[in-house]
Design a protein around this ligand. Sequence first.
Ligand code: ADP
Length: 205
Amino acid sequence: MYVVTWVVGLTGGIGSGKSAAADLFAAHGAAVIDTDAIAHDLTKPGGGAMPLIRAGFGDGVAAADGALDRAAMRAVVFADPPARKRLEAILHPLIREESERQLAAAATPYAILVVPLLIEAGDYRKRVNRIAVVDCAEATQIARVMSRSGLARPEIERILAAQATRAQRLAAADDVIDNDGELAALAPQIERLHGNYLALAQRLG
Ligand code: ADP
């Protein structure tokens, strides 16, 4: 069985503040399952996806420590665009399986499932009971990602262009978390949503 607990899909564009919002839900005691963190675990040294990735793409995409060599993988995908689909075909079922395992283990009335590309990936939308979108202006996303990662603006703009638009995300949202302002403005919004989710989970779960 998949949904053993009531699940809120938490999404938002790069740098919108998903992790910041997820941390606040966790502080209220909600189980937080982060598909990005799972993807990282799967591709770290000894990660569950690495044998399949090495078999599919060769040892050249593994670093000396056995983790995924992201730069090498990016080069493979750049030279051969369909390789991205092959990589996703390896990773996505493993991510889904692990998130299902963690959801099943969540002993809380509701769980937060963080899925950066929730709007883009149609199948996750069917798996969640509700969609919460962390929202801010694109200019804010760019400024945050520049200061967090040191990526250059054109590279960030390319990432943004490949993601759903702000309008598409807002159209899919059941709840909108406004994170265009100070970080301190996030806490009261999460507190209110936490109360709503507890009530909804008890009523509908
Ligand atoms: P995401 O998980 O959506 O990519 P993060 O939660 O990691 O976004 O936030 C991106 C960066 O912006 C982080 O460095 C974070 O500390 C910072 N940040 C998030 N929200 C705010 C805010 N309201 N004000 C200032 N900085 C913020």
